[in-house]
Design a protein around this ligand. Structure first.
Ligand SMILES: *[C@@H]1O[C@H](CO)[C@@H](O)[C@H](O)[C@H]1NC(C)=O
Ligand SMILES: *[C@@H]1O[C@H](CO)[C@@H](O)[C@H](O)[C@H]1NC(C)=O
Length: 208
């Protein structure tokens, strides 16, 4: 069989391919089917058959708007990490993701506790991880309402939390709750766990 390219031709081709490489890398960071507008909004519209995992890291976006993941009916995992430019996660950003089982929001620049309510996931063993977001100061009331109708594991560590408000965990069944390394956390409202079931294990040094 005749070779299509000589070694020299192949080398030339590789050299030709080199200049666009940084762009290719940038595009690799913004996964299909997303749109990652620098200083703008992240949108990952579905449906996309077979898409179960969405890893979003080092993106230039500033905001995750309402219904950003609309129609991603099959997505199980969403990871939002190391995205310092991100300032806002708007209410309803994660609404209606029925298969979602794992949501991680870590090391971002958001100022407000992200709206993770109304995910309406019916998967058991739902895990929410919110970590290393230094600018979030408050866990508000009803912060996890409607996330999941089964039990949830909350890993909330390394954040800028100063206060957990009354009824923060209202409406949840907690398998476990991690609140470690929130070094500024001083005010845990007496009624923070009002309306919540569990957890069986609350780490003793939660506020250390
Ligand atoms: C959660 O919702 C699903 C689907 O609607 C249902 O099958 C399941 O029984 C519900 N679980 C609880 C604890 O209500
Ligand atoms: C607690 O959650 C229930 C629904 O689960 C809601 O009806 C109630 O208003 C909430 N309580 C407060 C004080 O927010």
């Amino acid at each position: 069989m005749k070779q299509r390219f000589s070694a020299l031709q192949l080398l030339k081709l590789l050299l030709l391919l080199q200049p666009p490489l940084p762009r290719a890398l940038r595009e690799a960071l913004c996964p299909e089917p997303c749109n990652c507008v620098p200083d703008g909004a992240l949108r990952c519209p579905g449906p996309t058959a077979g898409l179960t995992r969405l890893s979003l890291a080092y993106l230039p976006v500033k905001v995750i708007p309402s219904q950003a993941f609309r129609g991603l009916n099959e997505v199980i995992k969403i990871l939002i990490q190391n995205t310092k430019n991100l300032r806002y996660i708007e209410p309803g950003a994660f609404i209606n993701l029925p298969r979602l089982k794992y949501l991680s929001i870590c090391n971002t620049g958001i100022r407000k506790f992200p709206d993770v309510t109304k995910v309406f996931s019916s998967e058991s063993n739902f895990i929410l991880e919110i970590c290393d977001n230094l600018h979030i100061t408050t866990i508000p009331g009803n912060a996890f309402q409607g996330m999941n109708n089964e039990s949830v594991t909350l890993k909330l560590y390394g954040n800028g939390f100063e206060e957990v408000q009354s009824h923060a965990f209202n409406g949840t069944t907690l398998t476990s709750l991690e609140l470690k390394e929130n070094v500024h956390l001083e005010k845990m409202h007496n009624g923070a766990f009002r309306g919540a079931t569990g957890p069986k294990t609350l780490p003793c040094r939660a506020m250390a």
